[in-house]
Design a protein. Structure first.
Length: 264
């Protein structure tokens, strides 16, 4: 064995293409590892521009929708909205766009009650308002999530933890509260790390009471039934009380207080 080892060392010394030197040469011929990709100037600019684009289009879209005569006429024409499947699709499409830009869904829900009655009107406006909120959710995620993570730091992390800890209950509670903006809640859900499924499910259930109130009022106007208006008011009060009760039970108030910046 000692003789074989000596022979091997002599061969390696005489033949530079063998042994460890070959491995060293191969290692030298390997290309160096590429450095991690740096953020391009375009990506940096878009990170700043996306929030401005998102908010700008929301504002412009809301203003334009309010002043489009054709859309308002279509959404208020009960004869057009009752025209079979096409009329229903027209209503759902128009109400979805209306809700996506943060315009009051109570207006669309009132029209649904006026055109379709309580049962069908509630189903259609709930579908449309949920789709509109989902559109706002994804729009905010595209335009604001990266900016919020980069600029808000600890405050954003606390808010994100607040929502992702109990996503369904958090969104449901905020939807049921009688105060607040659906558009702001869509943006809040979009920039957070909450998943779509709990957001959509909580939005659907949380929007049912207020949708039902407006649908009842609309159908009551059509039928002249005062009891439907009274039932709508009672449903609104009940949903508001449930939202306040869930607010206290879910500790959202304390978590949101921790999210607020300290006073100077």
């Amino acid at each position: 064995m000692a003789t074989f080892a000596r022979v091997t060392s002599v061969v390696n010394a005489l033949n530079p293409a063998c042994g460890p030197r070959q491995e060293d040469a191969s290692a030298e011929r390997m290309e160096p590892a590429l450095p991690p990709a740096k953020k391009t100037a375009f990506a940096s600019v878009m990170q700043v521009l996306r929030p401005a684009i998102m908010l700008g289009l929301l504002v412009v879209g809301a203003v334009v929708l309010r002043h489009i005569g054709g859309l308002g006429h279509s959404m208020q024409s009960t004869a057009l909205l009752r025209a079979g499947v096409a009329g229903r699709c027209l209503f759902v499409l128009g109400a979805t766009v209306w809700c996506a830009f943060g315009l009051p869904r109570q207006v669309a829900a009132f029209t649904a009650g006026l055109a379709y009655g309580v049962a069908e009107g509630t189903v259609l406006i709930t579908l449309a308002s949920t789709l509109g909120c989902i559109a706002g959710f994804y729009w905010a995620r595209w335009g604001g999530q990266a900016w919020a993570r980069a600029k808000l730091g600890t405050r954003f992390a606390r808010m994100d933890a607040m929502l992702t800890r109990q996503p369904f209950l958090s969104i449901l509670t905020l939807r049921l509260l009688p105060v607040g903006s659906a558009l702001l809640l869509n943006i809040l859900g979009g920039i957070s790390g909450i998943r779509l499924l709990p957001f959509a499910a909580a939005t659907l259930l949380g929007g049912l009471p207020q949708n039902g109130v407006a649908v009842l009022l609309g159908s009551g106007v059509q039928l002249g039934a005062w009891w439907q208006s009274a039932l709508g008011v009672g449903l609104f009060v009940a949903s508001a009380l449930l939202g306040v009760w869930l607010w206290r039970r879910s500790r959202l108030g304390a978590l949101m207080s921790a999210t607020a910046p300290p006073e100077q």
